[in-house]
Design a protein around this ligand. Structure first.
Ligand SMILES: [Zn+2]
Length: 294
């Protein structure tokens, strides 16, 4: 059998899947799990140049109106960008949108934010089921959220975006990978504790938290406390507790400078907390690389 036929036969047999093959590509140094497209095609050019310069891959949060353009752009830069489809849980067409994002090759959904009901409300479950079926990960905003237009009435509540609402979802949808943005600011302890027991739940620490705690960086050791602890009350043989974190820059409105600032804040905090190099490599890329290749 010539090699080409062998390759087709193996693929057809289902023994090797395309993601498995793709996994053999070298991993990038950085994977940004949380980066917003501002809808401007010029931003994509700037962003790709930035990602090239530091060997990074970003999950690009993409609104439906930008999907076609982003899809075409990603086809030219598949090693630098993947698409995260932005949707509202309350959109009556949400399920169709999940299908559309999936068909366009998006690997994730998000950033989900500002729901009218709690994230774990059962009326949203069909959306999570669909994402689980497609093996798409979901990025949820957790904790405090900005208020850009205080003069406009808004039906938004931080209480509906508490990190604990993700505990229900992680347990109910075991094959769904969930990323909570901002580590539930300020409910860090809640967020970390549910990530401790849910292997399919991760958080990023983007936003104001690392600025708030910059003079007290070892504070995070009290949140991610269980490295090396042997006890029936903590999962056995787990990696470093900080590995419940993944890197997210939360670049938005085209402010690409935030990418480097956030990277520096992460590095400073992880070094101050004595997080070993291999664990840091997982936080900056390894964990996301494994999840994206699952
Ligand atoms: Zn964000």
């Amino acid at each position: 059998m010539n090699p080409r036929h062998w390759f087709d036969a193996v693929l057809l047999s289902g023994f090797l899947t395309l993601p498995t093959l793709w996994a053999q590509a070298p991993a990038p140094k950085i994977i940004d799990a949380h980066l917003h497209h501002n809808g401007d095609p010029a931003f994509l050019e700037k962003l790709t140049a930035k990602l090239d310069s530091v060997d990074a891959l970003a999950l690009l949060i993409t609104a439906p109106k930008d999907l076609e353009g982003v899809k075409a752009f990603i086809a030219k830069h598949p090693n630098r960008l993947m698409c995260d489809g932005e949707l509202s849980l309350d959109d009556p067409l949400a399920l169709e949108l999940v299908d559309r994002f999936h068909a366009a090759g998006c690997r994730g959904l998000g950033e989900v934010t500002s729901p009218l009901k709690n994230y774990d409300d059962r009326s949203y479950w069909p959306i999570y089921e669909r994402a689980e079926k497609y093996r798409m990960l979901i990025l949820f905003h957790t904790g405090i959220v900005n208020r850009m237009h205080p003069e406009i009435p808004a039906d938004i509540s931080v209480d509906r975006m508490r990190p604990l609402t993700l505990d229900t979802l992680a347990r109910r949808f075991p094959n769904l990978t969930i990323i909570g943005a901002h580590l539930g600011n300020p409910d860090y302890a809640d967020a970390a504790e549910i990530a401790r027991w849910n292997p399919n739940l991760y958080f990023d620490l983007s936003g104001s938290s690392l600025i708030k705690k910059q003079d007290d960086p070892t504070f995070w050791k009290t949140i991610f406390w269980w490295s090396g602890v042997v006890s029936p009350h903590t999962p056995a043989g787990g990696p470093n507790a900080f590995e419940r974190l993944v890197f997210g820059s939360d670049v938005f409105d085209g402010e690409l400078e935030e990418f480097d600032r956030e990277l520096e804040r992460y590095h400073k905090m992880l070094d101050a907390c004595g997080v070993p190099k291999p664990a840091q490599e997982n936080i900056f890329a390894g964990t996301m690389w494994r999840l994206l290749n699952k």
